[in-house]
Design a protein around this ligand. Structure first.
Ligand code: URA
Ligand code: SF4
Length: 476
């Protein structure tokens, strides 16, 4: 029996697994452990004399469904994940459709692990609680620092960090877990990784605890004051991380709230909690109607999900559904959609090969009696809704994303993006590697005069053609 000890991460597993496959090593003849695994695990031992079945390095089959699930499952705490992943990879070389066989015990186990990791990640996003401490600087100044200690079930800190980075960009914060810790410096805008830290080592002496509690009192939000909902949504084991639980009776009596930068950040509206664990288009489409990530769901008829080719090379992102889209439940089917269709047709392209969606999924409007007048979404609404867009990006994986108009551009390229200056160029963002921003089709309709309208239409056409060509180049 061969034993391989790897670093506990996906990349280390991947290169080891490739080596084993190329050498034809049967999963029953090897035991893959990582250095965090107790060595006397008692895994089932297989035979040493399994026949070799070598795979040429260039012929290794790694289906996308496997890769995506394995990358997440690699974060699972089970010491058996590496072995399971190798067994599946081995089998996939012969059984090409294996990942579709949900009842296969290996496939089911991998998916179960993936789901548990995703669930853990959602919980971590929701339940990390920072306490405020004051750092005394050598210069004699002091500064605020927010520290949280958290115990995830799986190794998810690296997956979770970007969420906090996006949410609390202006705060100095640290999240400590037993295995690893991460620190965010709002000045250099950098995450720094460091060793883990046992719970006892996290700041928690009485004074800090007291401070932490009073801090909670100062930011307390009565909207959260629903102990029954709290109990049902939050398994009791998370309560240990929430000092406000101890203050509940008192807070219930006071139920007053003062604002603070942290309140806004911590209670920022987001769709995050409404996303399903699996980011496939059908799962997302099914979950979207339940979203209450911001207030826009209150007035609109329905949420409008994206539409088009599941693996489109070009993904078009508009602003939000308009009046007609809101009634019909599909994106770009109203007047702006007609402009879009005209451009697409003139370029000889086919909208069905693309994926079309919006930065914000609910229609925002003011009621003017008979008419419902479009209103641009606020930055907070775009931010709240962004998880849906990112999940669609993850599912479709387009080669190029086209932002139609300033709202989509702001959502993916940042609030400072200057549309008229930087339209029609390939730019990149943390969310998508290749993005082209252009005019919104409805700008063509709203132009002051026919020349203006024509000019804008031309921009739109040029930029879409440019994006299409860039996507084709990428696709090879
Ligand atoms: N405008 C948009 O941005 N999206 C639509 O779906 C319709 C109009
Ligand atoms: Fe959720 Fe987006 Fe609708 Fe807000 S606009 S409720 S975040 S789907």
């Amino acid at each position: 029996m061969r034993q391989v000890v790897i670093e506990p991460d996906f990349e280390a597993w991947r290169s080891t697994a490739r080596g084993l496959l190329v050498n034809g090593v049967d999963p029953d003849a090897v035991q893959i452990l990582d250095r965090e695994t107790p060595q006397n695990l008692g895994l089932i031992f297989g035979q040493d004399d399994a026949p070799l079945r070598k795979v040429e390095p260039g012929n290794i089959v790694v289906p996308k469904a496997f890769l995506e699930a394995a990358q997440v499952a690699a974060r699972h705490a089970s010491p058996e994940r590496w072995q399971l992943m190798y067994r599946l990879l081995w089998r996939l070389q012969k059984e090409r459709m294996l990942m579709h066989v949900d009842i296969d015990p290996d496939v089911a186990e991998l998916k179960r692990m993936e789901q548990q990791v995703r669930r853990d990640l959602h919980k971590m996003h929701a339940f990390v609680r920072f306490r405020q401490v004051t750092d005394e600087m050598p210069s004699g100044e002091s500064r605020e620092h927010f520290i949280a200690w958290y115990k995830p079930d799986h190794n998810i800190l690296e997956l979770a960090a970007p969420f906090f980075e996006e949410r609390f960009p202006t705060m100095r914060w640290s999240i400590l877990t037993a295995k690893q810790s991460v620190h965010w410096d709002p000045e250099s805008r950098h995450l720094t990784w460091a060793a883990g830290c046992p719970r006892e080592a996290a700041p928690q002496d009485d004074e800090l605890e007291e401070m932490w509690r009073s801090y909670y009192k100062s930011i307390f939000n009565p909207a959260r004051l629903n102990p029954r909902a709290m109990r049902s949504e939050m398994p009791v084991r998370y309560w240990q991380n929430m000092p406000e639980v101890q203050l509940l009776p008192q807070l219930m009596m006071q139920a007053g709230s003062r604002t603070d930068a942290m309140i806004k950040a911590q209670n920022a509206e987001t769709a995050e909690a409404y996303l399903p664990p699996q980011h496939t288009l059908p799962a997302l489409a099914q979950a979207l109607p339940q979203c209450k990530g911001c207030e826009l769901y209150c007035h609109a008829t329905q949420a409008v999900f994206g539409e088009g080719h599941v693996h489109a090379e070009l993904m078009l992102v508009g602003e939000q559904p308009g009046d007609e889209e809101d009634r019909k439940g599909k994106p770009f089917v109203g007047p702006a959609g007609k402009v879009l269709n005209r451009v697409v047709e003139e370029l000889g392209l086919d909208r069905k090969t693309m994926y079309v969606t919006n930065a914000v999924k609910h229609f925002k409007f003011v009621d003017r009696g008979k008419r419902r007048l479009h209103q641009s979404p606020r930055l907070s609404e775009m931010t709240a809704c962004r998880p849906w867009l990112l999940a669609e990006l993850q599912a479709v994986r387009p080669k190029v994303v086209v932002c139609l108009g300033a709202t989509a551009a702001k959502s993916l390229l940042g609030a400072k993006f200057a549309l008229m200056k930087d339209r029609g160029k390939l730019v990149s963002s943390p969310y998508a590697e290749q993005v082209v921003a252009t005019i919104h089709p409805s700008a063509v309709l709203r132009a002051m005069d026919p020349q203006g309208s024509e000019q804008l239409y031309d921009f739109l056409r040029q930029d879409l053609l440019f994006a299409h060509k860039a996507a084709m180049r990428q696709a090879g």
